[in-house]
Design a protein around this ligand. Structure first.
Ligand code: ADP
Length: 459
């Protein structure tokens, strides 16, 4: 079996226990066949000392390249996070476009491509991850790499008109066409990407599903990412989970718990979610004193203004709902801006009668899958899921909502709180089957067998 080479901006730390399904899945794939995990070292250093750190863990070689402060700013903070992240999440209004940032992004991709090439052997299979490295395949090809390259986009691919709003979309599109196989989370993303290539670049769809564009033959296909459901289920029954859930359970007594767990990001629909919960209480006096919303959302990327504004808005909305509805013995929203261990989260998911996962746009959303996997099969909770989360494409047994529709979400929460155990169990059984069918192992196996099945002679 040929070696696997994984390139991702952040890698797992060599020698450390890996947290999270994705890091474990990629680590397992690398360990199984031997290979290299290439990415940013996490270090920001002066140009003179910029280098590449090599570490070995079993049969995985880690190759970790440093960034200078200027590279980190232009490539990572400015272009990846302030231009690509918002545009790919349909938020052109929040994007900041800057030629210098794009140039740095392209230069880092070129430099990383040269570094990576030195580590490659002819039979290797290269798998590049996510929006930081849209031009890495191109950089490898420019330096003479003829082997297969796969790419997986973890975030959504927006509709053609939105992607075309990026001033550098032409250059990015050419770069993406250097990959042999492009994996997306959903059929919607595949459709968006294909339509963009057809409309903007005259791509031709071939009968076998491939796309001919810029003189390349590429394949775009959906590979929905998943979790390890057994791991989450056992975490939900761990000591740490039980302690957290018992303690919180004592505090909320017989009230129903509604839970949201997200990174604090404008793509997650947090203000609309708090408004919906407030609307529910405004409209239904009976629920006052009988339900709690626990929203856990640690800040991410605080240096970006959009995140500061979001934080202020969440504080204001929580204050408004709590001010209007609290009494001496009950506060409706508990909003916590810090993160918890995966065990504690799994315990809280299991305790919660309702899981609220309502992003405005999301590549997949693993919290939706974790919430399902953590439930007690005898008495499961209800998942309320945004129709714009990638997960919704297959998790149709959830209560699906439009995350912009505050009234609709308030109704959905009421419905979930009132749902019979029979209906909850029926929906959960179907959702759990889906979480199992598309777990993280299936995801990486399906991607790699599609990539290896292609063969370079096709292109
Ligand atoms: P994203 O990749 O956009 O953050 P996902 O839902 O796909 O969204 O993945 C988020 C991962 O991070 C999940 O595994 C989730 O359990 C974890 N996570 C999210 N919020 C928190 C938090 N507050 N504390 C700890 N882990 C969190």
């Amino acid at each position: 079996m040929s070696r696997l080479i994984v390139a991702s901006n952040r890698t797992a730390n060599p020698g450390e226990e890996r947290a999270g399904g994705l890091a474990v899945a990629l680590g397992d794939a690398l360990a199984e066949r031997g290979g290299v995990w290439f990415g940013w070292s996490g270090e920001i250093v002066p140009r003179e000392t910029r280098g590449i750190r090599l570490a070995v863990e079993g049969n995985i070689d880690f190759a970790l390249a440093d960034l200078t402060a200027a590279e980190h700013q232009g490539y990572y903070l400015d272009f990846a996070n302030r231009a690509l992240w918002p545009v790919f999440h349909y938020r052109v209004d929040l994007a900041v476009f800057d030629d210098a940032a794009f140039d740095t992004y392209a230069a880092v991709n070129r430099r990383f491509g040269r570094l990576l090439l030195q580590l490659l052997r002819p039979a290797d299979v290269v798998w590049v991850h996510d929006y930081h490295f849209l031009l890495l395949g191109d950089a490898l090809r420019d330096n003479g790499w003829r082997g297969r390259i796969g790419f997986f986009l973890h975030i959504p691919f927006p509709p053609a008109e939105i992607f075309a709003a990026l001033p550098h979309h032409q250059r990015l599109a050419r770069g993406m066409a250097a990959f042999d196989l492009l994996g997306f989370q959903t059929e919607r993303d595949v459709g968006n990407f294909t339509r963009y290539m057809v409309e903007e670049h005259g791509a031709e769809r071939l009968d076998d599903g491939r796309i001919k564009v810029f003189d390349h033959l590429i394949r775009a296909q959906a590979f929905p990412i998943g979790i390890d459901p057994d791991e989450v289920a056992s975490m939900a029954e761990s000591e740490e989970a039980r302690t957290a859930s018992n303690q919180l359970g004592r505090m909320i007594e017989s009230r129903s718990l509604v839970i949201g767990v997200d990174r604090m990001d404008y793509s997650k629909g947090l203000p609309q979610r708090l408004q919906a919960f407030g609307r529910l209480l405004d409209e239904d006096e009976r629920l006052c004193g009988r339900v709690n919303l626990l929203q856990i959302a640690p800040p991410s990327r605080e240096t970006v203004e959009a995140y500061r504004d979001l934080r202020e808005e969440l504080d204001r909305l929580t204050g408004r709902v709590n001010g209007d509805h609290s009494d001496l013995y009950w506060t409706p929203i508990r909003y916590i801006a810090r993160s918890y261990s995966r065990e504690v989260l799994a315990g809280l998911f299991r305790l919660a009668r309702v899981g609220l996962v309502t992003p405005l746009h999301d590549g997949m959303n693993l919290v939706a899958k974790e919430y399902i996997a953590a439930q007690d099969p005898q008495d499961p909770g209800v998942l309320i899921l945004s129709e714009f989360a990638g997960a919704a494409e297959r998790m149709q047994a959830a209560i699906l909502v439009n995350p912009h529709d505050v009234d609709g979400m308030a109704d959905a929460i009421r419905r979930a709180l009132e749902m019979s155990r029979e209906e909850r169990t029926e929906r959960w059984t179907s959702l759990m089957q889906e979480v199992r069918d598309h777990d993280v192992v299936a995801w990486r196996q399906n991607f790699l067998s599609a990539l290896e099945g292609m063969g370079r002679d096709e292109t």
